[in-house]
Design a protein around this ligand. Structure first.
Ligand SMILES: Nc1ncnc2c1ncn2[C@@H]1O[C@H](COP(=O)(O)OP(=O)(O)O)[C@@H](O)[C@H]1O
Ligand SMILES: [Mg+2]
Length: 338
């Protein structure tokens, strides 16, 4: 049986119907979003003619996977185990193809400290930063450096946990007085935190999608950046966890209306970052456009971008005339092109 690919372009071959396990949920703070992504993905896969089974990630994961015996796993778990390589390592151990990035890219992307060091070394612009582990404060007197760090990065500055998503634990410190409480908040999420230069400007995201399909006879087509999405917060100067998911609190504009050359540059940086981190299938790169200098800076890369109705990746795909089902079909392809 051949599965239909709705809206697929001429160059896309139709994929045979597969048995796909949609992996969702888990224990991360983004569990709720993941369940919504998973439900959307499951519907799309079924419309594409695939046979699906949903698995809520937990202690029975391996047993459930073995019982389901899928041809591929569609990873729809955001944050935590789903993005930091834990699940990907497990799927490698089980020996089942899965969508998206492999363990190395997940480890490097989900850890903002690691990713920023790699970007800095590769000369991909990212806001200046200092990273601290819990030990540097608790055991090595690191707090004494905070004044210098504040002087160097300027105020306000941004404090964030190394590994977390959805703006959880991301705090602004407007002055030196606010740094300690921001650090405490960030350390409640991770043992490593970043103190980062604040970029006043526009909040952009560029998703990158692998164009190659498993059944392509032609040469593999390169990963392609999608149109830029701008997140415009309604009234706050910063959009937090709640405003990101509550419909109406953030407006998304896609394609973002940007000064000349900025779209191309943002797409180029997203692609460079995607390649640097070794991503596969799909990823979403978050950037800031500095309203003063007009320069772009990469904040971070999400290896399992949201796939809910209001998520940025589906919006970007839509602006590139890639419907939701085709998007899901393409991501599924990535399981077979690793
Ligand atoms: N250095 C920064 N300057 C200005 N805004 C920032 C900065 N870092 C983060 N933000 C804001 O916080 C949001 C979340 O930060 P991000 O680094 O993407 O982490 P995550 O999305 O994983 O929580 C960004 O989309 C942006 O709005
Ligand atoms: Mg982000």
């Amino acid at each position: 049986m051949i599965a239909a690919v709705a809206g697929a372009g001429e160059s896309r071959k139709q994929m045979e119907a597969k048995r796909v396990a949609v992996l969702q949920g888990g224990r991360s703070l983004e569990r709720g979003v993941s369940l919504r992504s998973g439900a959307q993905v499951q519907d799309a896969l079924q419309r594409l003619g695939h046979d699906t089974v949903t698995i809520d990630a937990g202690s029975e994961l391996v047993a459930k996977l073995r019982a389901a015996g899928p041809d591929a796993v569609f990873v729809a778990m955001h944050g935590g185990d789903g993005e930091d390589g834990t699940v990907q390592e497990l799927l490698e151990a089980v020996g089942v193809p899965y969508t998206g990035s492999g363990p190395a890219a997940c480890v490097q992307s989900s850890d903002k400290v690691l990713a920023k060091h790699l970007m800095r070394a590769a000369e991909i612009p990212t806001p200046d930063f200092h990273a601290f582990s819990e030990a540097s404060f608790k055991e090595l007197g690191g707090a004494a450096t905070l004044r210098d760090v504040g002087d160097r990065l300027g105020f306000p500055l941004v404090v964030k946990p190394a590994r977390q998503g959805s703006a959880l634990g991301v705090k602004f410190a407007r002055s030196a007085d606010e740094v300690p409480s921001a650090l405490v908040a960030a350390f409640s999420y991770d043992r490593n935190v970043l103190v980062e230069r604040y970029v006043k400007g526009r909040d952009l995201a560029v998703s990158v999608l692998d164009a190659a399909t498993a059944s392509d006879d032609e040469m593999e087509s390169p990963p392609t950046p999608l149109p830029v999405v701008e997140a415009v917060p309604r009234d706050e100067d910063f959009y937090d966890f709640e405003s990101r998911y509550e419909i109406g609190r953030t407006t998304f504009v896609c394609p973002a209306e940007l000064p000349e050359g900025v779209t191309e540059r943002a797409q180029e940086l997203a692609l460079e970052t995607y390649r640097l981190l070794g991503c596969h299938g799909v990823a979403r790169v978050d950037l800031m456009l500095d309203e003063g200098s007009g320069e772009l800076a990469v904040l971070e890369t999400n290896v399992v971008p949201g796939l809910t109705a209001t998520s940025l990746l589906p919006q970007a795909a839509d602006a590139a005339s890639i419907g939701f089902d085709e998007l899901v079909g393409r991501i599924l392809d990535s399981a077979f092109t690793r």
